[in-house]
Design a protein around this ligand. Sequence first.
Ligand code: SF4
Length: 357
Amino acid sequence: MMEGEGTFFSRSFPDSASVVRFQDALIEWFCANGKDYPWRRTSDPYAILVSELMLQQTQIAAVLEKKYFERWMRRFPTPGALATAEESAVLKAWEGLGYYNRARNLQKAARTICDEFQGEFPGSYEAILALPGVGRYTAGAVLSFAFGRRGVIVDGNVSRVISRLLAFSTPIDSSSGIKAVWDYANRLTPDDRARHYNSAIMELGQRVCTKSHPNCMICPVSEWCSAKKQGISDILPQKKTKQAPVERVERVILPIRERKIFLTQESGTRRKGLWRLPEISEEEAEDLEELFRFKYAITRYRVTLIVHAPGPLQAEMLENSGGGKWFRIGSLDELPPLGSPYRKAISQHQCTSELSD
Ligand code: SF4
């Protein structure tokens, strides 16, 4: 039977002596086993903020593989460099990471740092929390990783570890579950070693207490784990029932001629500043050749993107279209910032063309 937080106080953990032993064990494990990520080699708060926003909705492996962090820091090494950059250059540097509001917020934060703090990153929790795009997790991360001060953090990894340590029966994505996890995170975070502790608990979740295979045999904190004691690690954390994704079909044309491609601008605030392949209706697509199709996911939608070759009608439409532009098509890096599905479609087309050449 799972135990909720009510039973927790009857246990010896987290009395202060147990908490210190728990922190020691976790930090010791991290010092011997922690990974060497590029953002762990710096205490520059701006660089930490960049890495935290990049990692918010993107896997570490994806950020590392394409060296997004290193490239960003070369391109915009300071808040001042980012604050004065063109938005199109900022979005281009973020291309492939998705959720472009993170890049826009980073630039807004850089402008706030320049306008209100003379380019010096603020050092108080309240001022960091007030920066655009920064929530309590990110503020706690910057405070601890950059300034070495006590900052409490809860991300997906921390939340999973805590819910297992305490054998939470409450769904961790419910409001009472979120509150309880933050409450325990606050109790378990040390005053003086928050930088190491926060890295350690996140890494434990990434590498040992993983979503589908908690490896309790090698876990440095198994001694304190209620889920392990009860043999229920595999079924935790509990989550609210997820809504099934909504299926959608999106049809676009791929207008390429004389080594140029026609693109249109995205509308709406979330995709503002990005470009895309022109969309057509199901009716317009009726007589057009289908080149290929693939699926992509965005928020609660699972979209089937069907890519067509344009017909004579579309060619005429493009000529008269005021909302688009022809771009020279060499490498993808020469094109303006594109949404990931359209970048993938163009890349797939280029590969197919090269193979058939
Ligand atoms: Fe996670 Fe197992 Fe460690 Fe508990 S003992 S924290 S379930 S890996």
